[in-house]
Design a protein around this ligand. Sequence first.
Ligand code: NAP
Length: 319
Amino acid sequence: MRAIQVAQFGEPEVLKLVDLPDPQPGPHQVVVRLHAVGVNPVDTYIRSGAYGERPLPYTPGTDAAGEILRTGSEVKHWKVGDRCYLTGSQTGTYADTALCLATQVQPLPEKVTYQQGAALYVPYSTAYRALFQRGDARPGQWLLIHGASGGVGLAATQWARAHGLRIIGTAGSDEGLRHVLEQGAHYALDHRSADYRQQIADLTGGNGPDLILEMLANVNLQHDLDMLARYGTIVVIGNRGNLGFNPRATMSKDANVHGMSLFNTPPGLMEQIQAALVAGLKQGFLNPVVGREFPLEEAAAAHTAVLAPGALGKIVLIP
Ligand code: NAP
């Protein structure tokens, strides 16, 4: 099989294409032929060494979609050729093939493309967990998705629209703003403009959002606390630095500030997320937006692109 390997932590150029032996499934495992692979920002943090030591070499990636190639002797509910998306793997997903536990694959509905399937696991699961499991989102609430144009933000927009929230989504480019509106936000504002926080105050009648999903907390958390509605909730999803801020802002609003990492999700709650995700895909209110596509061998370029400003949905690799 062809796979990307990281043999040392560093810049994107450490992502090398190699040939590896084809994996064989154990009794409770499946081998998946991958047709599209999702690239997440966290893949770049791990590759750079920012997330600490891990065994080298390794193949990056958790997200992908494809079809079942081989099944283990005890796997009864999957057969060769079934379409699926991955929620992690045993061997990494930046490859043309992945070895998975049977519990790491989910059915991919016919109307969902493989590229869209590669946009599901981390972005849609994170968005669901942030909204409903950490943020306790309820219909009618004002929701600010602070960074709505990327993989997680567009997913959150679709989930929230289907659940009756009033959505303000932010983006930093004209095309991003257009996507945010197309995917269901009621209002789209530019987080690089000088007055967008005033616009949020005006839109919410001076009360501020009840719930904020935050993609860049080191830049925005103080402002979020300033504009949050009383008794409101902020879910910190993304952060890329430190912040000096006044904790008093949490007191004056009785604010709830919840951090989250998808990888902390207890197994039972992850099953709920995947069940909701498959149902949303079948019903059609979840419809992943795929941005740029790169051949597998250009994984380094994809890592540069995923951290660049002007996000537009999901970046995928094609093996
Ligand atoms: P992405 O596709 O690269 O999108 C990044 C988003 O952040 C874009 O909407 C971007 O908007 C926006 N952004 C840029 N500058 C901003 C600012 N000043 N204020 C608000 N938003 C801003 O990344 P993603 O996959 O959606 O992930 C978003 C963040 O969440 C990343 O930091 C990622 O590492 C993190 N994350 C965390 C978890 C978790 O479990 N906690 C899971 C998944 C992702 P423009 O490019 O349009 O400016």
